[in-house]
Write a protein that binds this ligand. Sequence first.
Ligand code: GRF
Length: 186
Amino acid sequence: MKKIIVFASGGGSNFQALIDALKNEKKICIKALVVDRNCGALKVAKDNQINSFMVNRHNDKFYNSAILKVICADADLIVCAGYLSIISAEIVQQFPEKIINIHPSLLPAFGGSGMYGMKVHEAVIASHVHFSGCTVHFVDCGIDSGTIIKQISVCVNEHDTPETLQKKVLVEEHKLLPEVVKELLS
Ligand code: GRF
């Protein structure tokens, strides 16, 4: 049985999409959710009887790394689904090519420090590009800089606002993330 740990900080819609997609998978299970704040993903875990753990993001980072190492010890894949804290280099090095992240743009465009959530979509609209999308990539020690695994693009039209774009991209995120997880673990 392949074990996944999901990290989240937000509403948990990608986490829910992953749960739904893996419902009938006999060889993959979501072992736990890790959050770094009180967030909607906790309710998703509770509703689906998945154990959850909260790390205090204001803690010393070495202390948090030690906790995460224990929680993730036998994980086959760590999935960052809207996790806003930086994963420490220690954890990244312990799980080489075993940590993935979903980002709501076509990386390397609109990634890096300060580019998260609605800020990404605001920057895309302000730059008048015709395409955006989402990316799943391996997590390395940089921000949004790891090897790209797969992307899905969406059209940005003249009537789009950051809010409409976010909705369009999120629909594709919910397909892309489970697809990549299944590919990596099969
Ligand atoms: C998603 O857009 C994801 O790409 C980004 O944060 C958002 C999380 O949404 N990193 P949710 O918590 O999965 O609903």
